[in-house]
Design a protein. Sequence first.
Length: 288
Amino acid sequence: MYVSTYERITALIVEQLEKGAPPWRRPWGGQFQWPRNLSTLKQYRGVNVFLLSAQGFASPFWLTYRQAQQLGGHVRKGEHGAPVVFWKEWETEDRDTGAAAKIPVLRHYTVFHVSQIDGVDHLVPPGEVFDKPHTPIERCQQVVHDMPRRPTIRHDFDRAFYRPSDDMVGMPKIGAFDTAEGYHATLFHELGHATGHKDRLNRASIVEAVHFGSESYGKEELVAEMTAAFLCGHTGIDPATLDNSAAYVAGWLKAIRKDARLVVTAASAAQRAADFILGQSFGQPASP
Ligand SMILES: [Zn+2]
C-alpha cells in the first residue's frame, strides 16, 4: 500500500476526532437500539452506551448475574460479561485543609447479554430480521481472498467477532448490514484482529487474555479499526465508512480515557496488520 494512504487515513481520523466524532453506529441490524436493562428497562448512559453497543449483539438487552437469577434464568458457564461503569462519590478530607471533601471514584459491575443467559428468551421482544440485497464489492473480496494464512471465516452469526482460540472470524451475513461497505469494513476489522494471532504477528493484546473494557482491549480495538480504515482506503471505499471508524475510535479513547495521540501509536501497529493482510513484507517501508 502507498505510505500516503496510511498518512491520509490517520490524518483524516485525527481530524474527525478533533472536530468531535458523532456517536458510533453499529454497521448492521438497522436502526440503533439504545442498550437497556431487561429487568428495569432503564437505558444505560454515558460511555456504557458505547461499551455495550460495541459488543455487537443484535438485541439491546442486558442483565446482571443476580437479575438473571431473579427472572428465573441463568448465565451460561464460560460466558464473559461486559463492564458497566459509574462514578461514586468518596467522602474524604482535604489533605491540606482537613475540610470534608468528596472525590469521584470510578466503579464498575458486570452485565451479561440476554443471548448469554438461558431461560429469559421469552422476556425479550423479538428483533427485526434483515436481508438486504447487497452486492459484495469485488476489490474488497479480492483482498480477503488473497490474505496469506487467512483465518476461518463463517457467516452464520448475529454479531461480528474474532476468536483466537480456534482462529475464527464470525460475521453476520452481508444482507444484515446497512450497506455493502459496512459489511466489508467490519470484515476488515475482524481480520485486523486475526493478524495478532501467535502464528501471524503475535500481538500481545490478542495472544494474552485481556478483559473487555480494559486498556489493553481498547488499544487492540484501535489497531483493528485503524487496520479496517487503511484497507477501506486501499480499496477506495473509505468515504462511506470513515466517519463511523472515527466514531468507534473516539468511543474507545473515551472508554480507556486516552486522547487522540494514541491513534498515531495504534496506526503503526495497524500498518503492520494491513501490510500482512495485503501480503506485503512488514518491517519494510511500503513499496510505492
Ligand atoms: Zn474489534
